[in-house]
Design a binder for this molecule. Structure first.
Ligand code: CAA
Length: 257
């Protein structure tokens, strides 16, 4: 494992996955997400693990999908690589997943957090879907889960402007369970995990499945449309300009082509 680190604690039965691409603010490249998929599959089968915590570092949970890796791709290449399908494992995992978030949770980082079951945030956390500034749209559930989590008006504002939500705002809108001082977010996530780890794993799994069913009815259709539209933006000049401008550290010029 190059881009994630997995540690297991026997007592309580909690596993910790740390995203580990600090220089790139944990940007989610293909290899990282493949490692994540494999780790989650293994932990889900491991009887010594009851709850999984996923975290980044103080500066960033994750600043999104890796822009440099996809900037030049065509829509067809995006469709054929279908990178987002690797992400489905987060949602398929039967054990509860707690996201412990400090710093940036943007784009795919925010979508990742929303696919987890509960979120503990440091007061420094920032959430957002800034894809629009790159000439593209969220592709891993942002338009669907954010809307359900915080309501249509606020989701529209965030997705159409790329503005960020502070930790306090995210808490107010119900995106996160709790906001704590930055020294405490991992500790607090572990406390929550411990409480759940002592309960019946069978009941916990069934409860999780039931809540997700209520939350995710009709989600599949929405996710499929979003994913296709995300890939479709890669046939526009604006997406090429937006991502090129990010890499070149300049303001993009969008032409509507
Ligand atoms: N992909 C690739 N590299 C990234 C990245 C990303 N998403 N986010 C940050 N980085 C890299 C930067 O390019 C920079 O690398 P270099 O040192 O080689 O230049 C390094 O991480 C540090 O970033 P900054 O210098 O930009 O740090 P900052 O503190 O000035 O700004 C930030 C932080 C506001 C998070 C800024 O990095 C940023 O805007 N990042 C992009 C956020 C974004 O647009 N995310 C959406 C991606 S698309 C997506 O996720 C699609 C999807 O739905 C699946």
């Amino acid at each position: 494992m190059e881009f994630i680190k997995v540690t297991e604690q026997k007592e309580p039965q909690v596993a910790l996955i740390e995203l580990n691409r600090p220089k790139e603010l944990n940007a989610l490249n293909r290899q990282l997400m493949e490692e994540m998929r494999d780790a989650l599959q293994q932990l889900d089968k491991n009887d010594d693990v009851r709850v999984i915590i996923i975290t980044g570092n103080e500066q960033a949970f994750a600043a999104g999908a890796d822009i440099k890796q996809m900037a030049d791709k065509t829509a067809i290449e995006m469709l054929m690589i279908d990178q987002i399908s690797t992400w489905d494992q987060i949602r398929r995992t039967k054990k509860p997943i707690i996201a412990a978030v400090s710093g940036f949770a943007l784009g795919g980082g925010c979508e990742f957090v929303m696919t987890c079951d509960m979120v503990i945030a440091s007061e420094t956390a920032k959430f957002g879907q800034p894809e629009i500034k790159l000439g593209t749209i969220p592709g891993a559930g942002g338009t669907q889960r954010l809307t359900k989590a915080i309501g249509k008006a606020k989701a529209m504002e965030l997705v159409l402007t790329g503005r960020f939500l502070s930790a306090e705002e995210a808490h107010f809108y119900g995106l996160v369970n709790k906001v704590v001082p930055k020294e405490m977010y991992l500790y607090e996530a572990i406390q929550l995990a411990k409480e759940i780890a002592h309960l019946s794993p069978v009941a916990v799994q069934l409860a999780k499945e039931s809540i997700n069913r209520s939350f995710e009815t009709h989600l599949d259709e929405g996710l499929t449309l979003e994913r296709k539209n995300f890939y479709l933006t890669f046939s526009s000049e604006d997406q090429k300009e937006g991502m090129k401008a990010f890499i070149e550290k300049r303001i993009p010029e969008f032409k509507g082509k």
